[in-house]
Design a binder for this molecule. Structure first.
Ligand code: NDP
Length: 405
């Protein structure tokens, strides 16, 4: 039915491509375009080996996604309906520009972040609203798991369980073990920048800033474990408090083990997480980019990764019956199952599947509408059906408060 371009060939792109291969009645022709084309070729070789029955036709190309004319040529040559951007947040705006110029729809999994400032917010991408609407094109922002599924979970709370949501807690637990002393589960540069930044949460109409990893509590993750979890700022908080103005407090929690934090503290203490370039043998090198080159690639963690992820959203407020209510919506995913299915670890899997689903709901028309959208603005019902069908079954837990005030 549809021709799409996937940009990027990292851990998440691998999952998006393989789920498109499984869903071959929707995704008929797929071009994986990236900086290092050998990585895209490897994904296509694995699809041929592990999914010989898929009728989707895959090709690969090299592209520098920082370069709009190069992107425009790539898109015009291939003629897709949409671009699925799973490169890095730095490329969001150039890819959106190229989509506008060529008249194709757009989806990504992380909001734009300038390379030289550790700051991410939706303002840059929301500024494209009029241009996408006027051209009759859709841009779907942040359609991974968090951001992404967590916003659909919130929309589900609002549609099916609550008159008013007052307190929202997004919880993200990776209870997996990859056997490495220190590694990040997705792009190290993006991941470390997110964690070493100050924390932030929404309370009574304003942002409250914390030191990095200052606030923590033990949270029980159903079917998985009780794990110490830390408040950090996460991008979907910005759009959720905008679109659900009854929210009095919104927080994002993530688990980190002691060894992970110890390594991170040392790396930060000696300046290895800095984004400021230093002079090294006549070259300018940002220490964090060098660190990325030293650390294991996220996709290399997949073989032998054990344990589960559990990501969910707890809402508290006034239920549909007018009574106080607390409700939790979540998914549990096993790393080893992800590897068996698509040669990926759970963090790439839980990001790539919602990206494929978002693209499918756009292409099939359920979600397609001109403009720039965040996931919570769209109907969560077809998304829930698709998550249950495509490998991320959703569970619900009523009347138990997992995250305390
Ligand atoms: P990786 O670093 O594994 O992959 C990124 C890919 O993008 C690489 O193939 C890289 O090429 C390619 N790339 C980078 N810069 C360019 C460029 N200028 N032109 C063309 N290609 C480029 O990252 P992940 O797969 O782990 O993450 C992908 C995206 O998903 C990120 O934006 C990340 O923030 C997001 N994410 C979202 C989550 C969610 O739940 N919403 C969770 C996890 C990740 P090369 O191979 O040459 O380096």
């Amino acid at each position: 039915m549809s021709k799409v371009i996937i940009i990027g060939a990292g851990g998440v792109a691998n999952v998006v491509a393989k789920k498109c291969a499984q869903n071959d009645s929707v995704f008929t022709q797929v071009l994986i375009a990236t900086r290092t084309v050998a990585k895209a070729d490897k994904i296509v070789a694995e699809i041929k080996e592990h999914m010989p029955d898929s009728r989707a036709v895959f090709t690969t190309a090299t592209v520098d996604a920082d370069n709009v004319p190069e992107l425009v040529k790539l898109i015009n040559d291939f003629g897709p309906v949409m671009v699925i951007n799973v490169a890095l947040p730095y490329q969001d705006l150039t890819i959106m520009d190229a989509c506008l110029e060529t008249g194709v729809h757009y989806l990504d999994t992380a909001n734009y972040e300038p390379k030289d400032v550790a700051k991410f917010e939706y303002s840059w991408q929301w500024a494209y609203q009029d241009r996408f609407r006027e051209k009759g094109l859709m841009a779907l922002l942040g359609c991974g798991f968090d951001p992404g599924a967590t916003q659909a979970f919130t929309a589900h709370h609002a549609k099916h369980h609550f008159q008013e949501i007052h307190y929202l807690d997004i919880v993200d637990c990776n209870n997996g073990n990859h056997g490495k002393a220190f590694a990040t589960n997705f792009n190290p540069e993006i991941n470390i920048r997110e964690i070493t930044a100050n924390g932030r949460y929404w309370e009574n109409g304003q942002w409250v800033e914390t030191q990095p990893l200052e606030i923590s509590q033990d949270i029980y993750y159903p079917k998985v474990a009780t794990r110490k979890s830390f408040v950090l700022y996460h991008e979907e908080l910005e759009s959720l408090v905008k679109h659900f103005p009854t929210i009095k407090r919104a927080r994002f929690w993530m688990t980190f083990g002691e060894a992970y934090i110890k390594h991170l503290n040392v790396l930060e203490g000696i300046g290895m997480t800095s984004i400021e370039p230093i002079d090294f043998r006549g070259m300018k090198v940002a220490p964090i980019e060098f660190l990325k080159a030293v650390l294991p690639a996220p996709e290399s963690l997949a073989a032998g990764y054990s344990g589960q992820t559990c990501i969910g959203v707890q809402a508290k407020g006034i239920g549909k019956d007018g009574q106080p209510k607390v409700h939790f919506v979540y998914n549990v995913k096993d790393h080893a199952d992800c590897y068996r299915e698509v040669q990926a670890q759970g963090v790439s899997y839980t990001t790539g599947v919602p990206a494929m689903i978002g693209a499918m709901l756009m292409l099939q028309g359920e979600w397609m509408q001109p403009g720039v959208w965040n996931v919570e603005q769209l109907d969560p019902d077809p998304f829930f059906d698709a998550m249950n069908k495509w490998g991320l079954p959703i569970s619900e837990l009523a009347d138990i408060e997992l995250v305390k005030d």
